[in-house]
Design a protein around this ligand. Structure first.
Ligand SMILES: Nc1ncnc2c1ncn2[C@@H]1O[C@H](COP(=O)(O)OP(=O)(O)OP(=O)(O)O)[C@@H](O)[C@H]1O
Ligand SMILES: [Mg+2]
Length: 261
């Protein structure tokens, strides 16, 4: 028998408005015998101006949830909202536009273009969209990520941590409503990782960003305001104001439960 912790609502927005919402979201891959239910009726609210971490075992549906929330993947059932817009109802063109204008991404493998300078990489999405960057904002972002002296460098001339900070600056530059990162520090050593996490934290505190980050690392999760735990496609627990030790203990609990169930 499984003893998953039941939590009636995963709303915990602490009185803030939710910028992203999932309602009864189901995501299934394949059909018949090979059908996999990656998300099983997930309800979640992501509060504006907060840093949320998503944790859980490999295969529990973390990336799938993030991709569905970000409109990068379609759902099998249920609804996803970005503010008042139901993105699960949008046609491709509108969805592409919304992603471009309102959502930022930080990928595990930076995804920088090698032939462009750091600055050109940061402004690339806006260049493609034909939008002029807000200069003051851009300066602030570049300054906060500590890249001011590195803007003319190509990615190959930057350290891993600096490259990831370029990727973070690129996500922030267009002032998106929400930023998603799937293990954004997964490829970095602990010092570079701490640098990027510190910056993500700062962009929530000082630039009022909203960030959702998938991570396996209790230390990374401790930078967040709230941790959601996924297991078998369901949100089974959550923690407010996580510390690395508390997250680690909770993970041990889950492991122990997994072994006896
Ligand atoms: N394109 C796909 N086709 C079929 N099954 C898929 C596909 N993508 C994901 N899955 C399955 O859906 C489930 C959830 O996958 P997901 O990638 O969301 O897990 P995750 O929690 O991000 O894992 P990890 O920590 O390993 O990245 C897994 O069982 C996976 O095998
Ligand atoms: Mg994943």
């Amino acid at each position: 028998m499984t003893t998953a912790v039941t939590i009636p609502r995963h709303g915990g927005t602490g009185g803030r408005t939710a910028v992203a919402r999932a309602r009864q979201v189901v995501k299934a891959y394949g059909s018949g015998e090979t059908r996999v239910v990656a998300l099983d009726h997930v309800d979640v609210d992501i509060a504006r101006g907060r840093f949320t971490a998503i944790m859980g075992p490999s295969g529990s549906g973390k990336s799938t949830l993030m991709h569905c929330l970000a409109g990068l993947d379609t759902v099998t059932g249920g609804q996803i909202f970005l503010d008042e817009t139901e993105i699960t109802g949008l046609k491709d063109k509108k969805l592409t536009q919304l992603r471009r204008d309102r959502i930022g991404f930080i990928f595990q493998a930076f995804n920088l273009l090698p032939t462009l300078s750091a600055l050109e990489n940061i402004t690339l999405p806006m260049d493609i969209a034909g939008r002029r960057p807000d200069r003051a904002w851009l300066d602030r972002v570049v300054d906060t990520v500590g890249l001011a002296g590195r803007l003319k460098h190509r990615p190959a001339e930057l350290s891993g941590g600096q490259q990831q900070r370029v990727a973070v600056a690129r996500a922030l530059a267009a002032k998106p409503d929400i930023i998603f990162g799937d293990e954004p520090t997964g490829n970095l050593d602990s010092r570079a990782g701490a640098e990027v996490l510190g910056f993500l934290r700062q962009s929530v505190d000082e630039l009022e960003q909203t960030i959702v980050m998938v991570t396996h690392d209790p230390v990374a999760a401790s930078y967040a305001d709230r941790v959601l735990y996924l297991a078998d496609g369901r949100i089974v627990d959550e923690m407010e104001r996580p510390t690395a030790d508390a997250v680690l203990d909770r993970m041990k609990d889950f492991d122990a439960r997994g072994r006896t169930s």
